[in-house]
Design a protein around this ligand. Structure first.
Ligand SMILES: [Zn+2]
Length: 112
């Protein structure tokens, strides 16, 4: 048995791997998440998602390739990512609700 898996490397380019990926991603939305993410599975069930689906060996690869975490299946990583996007230090949580509203942006929430 010698199945070859097509994964996306840290440079964003596909490569052949002898082992399957551990994370799935959406090529258009640039979002990655777990293979069993409920949002991704729903999108796959609807169809139209599979053609844009990519796989990563590690979270590091996905981040290096420019993908961001899914808010549904990776909420912790998503929060960290979003905090970084807003230019707020992770170590200094924002307690002012007005600030949180003003920095809220409309990103796609998941890779589905
Ligand atoms: Zn997800």
């Amino acid at each position: 048995m010698s199945q070859i898996w097509k994964l996306v490397g840290p440079d964003g380019k596909p490569y052949a791997s002898a082992v399957p990926g551990t994370l799935g991603g959406h090529q258009r939305n640039r979002i990655y998440g777990r293979l069993d993410c409920p949002a991704a599975l729903r999108a796959i069930a609807r169809g139209g998602y599979v053609t844009h689906r990519v796989f990563f060996s590690t979270e590091e690869d996905a981040r290096a390739a420019g993908y961001r975490p899914c808010a549904v299946c990776l909420p912790g990583a998503y929060t960290t990512w979003k905090t970084q996007q807003d230019g707020i230090s992770e170590t200094r949580p924002v307690h002012d609700p007005r600030r949180q509203v003003s920095t809220r942006r409309s990103y796609p929430q998941n890779h589905g």
